[in-house]
Write a protein that binds this ligand. Structure first.
Ligand code: PAF
Length: 283
């Protein structure tokens, strides 16, 4: 397959998008921070089946990292990313510089509530979703795609994006992509490269523990008890647990008493050494 066209400015992206519109073709956007893996590629493939052209954005967004987080060491593998995209028929790559996205004097952020304030990621990364919402709003308004897709691995992020897209009347359909996993259950993530060989062996424990918790809920164990057992199992395996929480899938709020297991999602964030891993599954 051919090389994707590289668009490094908003003006170039807008010209490309406008030409596709004039030609009567639909456009799908796959927003990423690069360091692409099979999870991202599955999002691109899904989008290829749904729109005529697919643009993948590659931008490590500084505003979603707190000062103590890994912005400077976040993996950047642009050439490899473009190669992977060319193998799956990615049509365009939008790769702006930070100054293009946040020019001198930039002073606006998207302010959030609802699923952005439910005590999960927001409790541990209080400035994160404002940065995500701001950059995703910009990407959507720059690319004006018909559809955009985000992985379910960042389940709260997906809920936040669905909420603000609806609230701000951004004319795009938001799709969720199923989490891709290694054979041992570890959810694919660009941050998995931080894991030492020993940590890599332990990392799939998260998926096993979440699966056990989901099974126990279906067998009638109470929510608080299932959360506690999961947290203790992760701690016993050597994780520092930020949260294990069973929530209503749609709102991410605490479930109502007697809620059907079918309406529940179990979400987790835990650190293994210096690497923070997140994952979630349906109950
Ligand atoms: O999920 C990600 O990779 C990022 O949060 C996103 C959506 C590309 C915004 O920077």
């Amino acid at each position: 397959m051919g090389q994707p066209v590289i668009l490094d400015s908003v003006a170039a992206l807008r010209r490309w998008r406008e030409a596709e519109r004039k030609a009567g073709r639909t456009v799908g956007l796959v927003p990423t921070m690069g360091a692409l893996h099979a999870g991202h590629i599955s999002l691109v493939k899904t989008m290829k089946g749904m729109t005529d052209k697919v643009v993948t954005s590659i931008f490590v967004n500084p505003t979603q990292f707190a000062p103590n987080e890994d912005f400077s060491k976040y993996p950047r593998t642009f050439e490899g990313d473009v190669k992977l995209l060319s193998q799956v028929g990615g049509d365009a790559v939008f790769a702006p510089q930070v100054a293009e996205m946040y020019p001198e004097g930039f002073a606006t952020t998207v302010s959030l509530d609802g699923p952005a304030k439910v005590g999960l990621e927001d409790a541990f990364r209080p400035t994160h979703f404002a940065g995500v919402a701001t950059v995703v709003t910009k990407l959507l308004l720059q690319a004006l795609p018909d559809k955009a897709i985000f992985g379910e691995k960042d389940f709260q992020q997906l809920a936040v994006i669905r909420r603000f897209v609806r609230d701000l009347d951004i004319p795009v359909e938001i799709l969720g992509g199923v989490t891709q996993r290694e054979a041992d259950g570890l959810a694919l993530s660009s941050r998995n490269v931080y894991l030492s060989p020993e940590e890599r062996v332990l990392a799939p424990t998260i998926h096993r523990v979440l699966t056990n918790a989901a099974n126990s809920i279906r067998e009638g164990v109470g929510i608080a008890q299932a959360e506690l057992v999961a947290k203790e199992a992760l701690e016993a395996a050597g994780f520092a647990v930020d949260y294990v929480a069973i929530r209503d899938t749609a709102s991410l709020a605490a479930p109502k008493i007697g809620a059907s297991p079918d309406s529940l999602r179990i979400l987790c964030a835990a650190k293994l050494g210096k690497t923070r891993l997140i994952d979630n599954i349906a109950v």
